[in-house]
Design a protein around this ligand. Structure first.
Ligand code: TYD
Length: 202
């Protein structure tokens, strides 16, 4: 028995959390066990690392290493065991976020991230990555209304433009696993589309 690993990506303010809940319910309704998790985070230790990442300023090297440290725990303790018992794992972000934010956003070396990826999870990749795509300006307006911003969410529109572009480049590189969702539409329209897709996907 082997589960599925589905990841969710997009710039902050793309409406990811709302739609992950919709997808969770759609899969659960099929009688499948769903494990919902997130990065950075997902285990007690990884949640401590998350707290550091979202609040402390640090070198780009430190930041990237902490994302992978958190990820190594998450894969070993949550993702692989759940998949081994046949559950479907839904993760709010994974390694594509490091390519988008640290490489695209901050300009950190792609080669170094590739080496860390290889070291941390070799050939292990999501079965599906849902990318919520939105213009940074629209996302920023949504975020400003919604909540207190963390260290990443306070970045500039230029930063998020680079992050978005990096995500779209990843999607073009790996078209077989990426599903791009236009998140500039009304959220109920997006939810309906996702319910239709996940009634049968996988
Ligand atoms: P996010 O899921 O957006 O948290 P929340 O919705 O609760 O605010 O993730 C937190 C931030 O971490 C987000 O701004 C993106 C950033 N991030 C990276 O920069 N690199 C990574 O590898 C990951 C997983 C996240």
């Amino acid at each position: 028995m082997q589960g599925r690993f589905i990841t969710f990506e997009g710039i902050d303010g793309a409406g990811k959390s709302t739609q992950i809940e919709v997808i969770h319910q759609a899969i659960k309704a099929r009688g499948i066990e769903v494990v919902r998790t997130r990065e950075p985070g997902g285990t007690p230790l990884s949640e401590k690392i998350r707290e550091l990442l979202l609040t402390e300023s640090m070198q780009p090297e430190t930041e990237t290493l902490l994302f992978f440290a958190s990820r190594a725990e998450h894969i070993a303790r949550v993702i692989r065991p759940a998949m081994a018992r046949g559950a479907w794992v839904l993760s709010d972000r994974f390694t594509d976020a490091t390519y988008a934010y640290q490489v695209g956003g901050r300009g950190f070396s792609a080669e170094k991230v590739e080496a860390l990826e290889e070291w941390t999870h070799g050939g292990f990749q999501p079965d599906l990555t849902v990318l919520f795509d939105i213009e940074p300006q629209v996302a920023a307006e949504r975020l400003a209304k919604a909540r207190q911003l963390d260290r990443f969410e306070k970045e500039s529109l230029d930063f998020f433009t680079r992050v978005r572009e990096a995500y779209l480049t990843r999607a073009r590189q790996y078209p077989e696993r990426f599903l791009i969702i236009n998140s500039m539409r009304d959220k109920d329209v997006v939810s309906d589309e996702l319910r239709r897709i996940f009634a049968t996907w996988g």
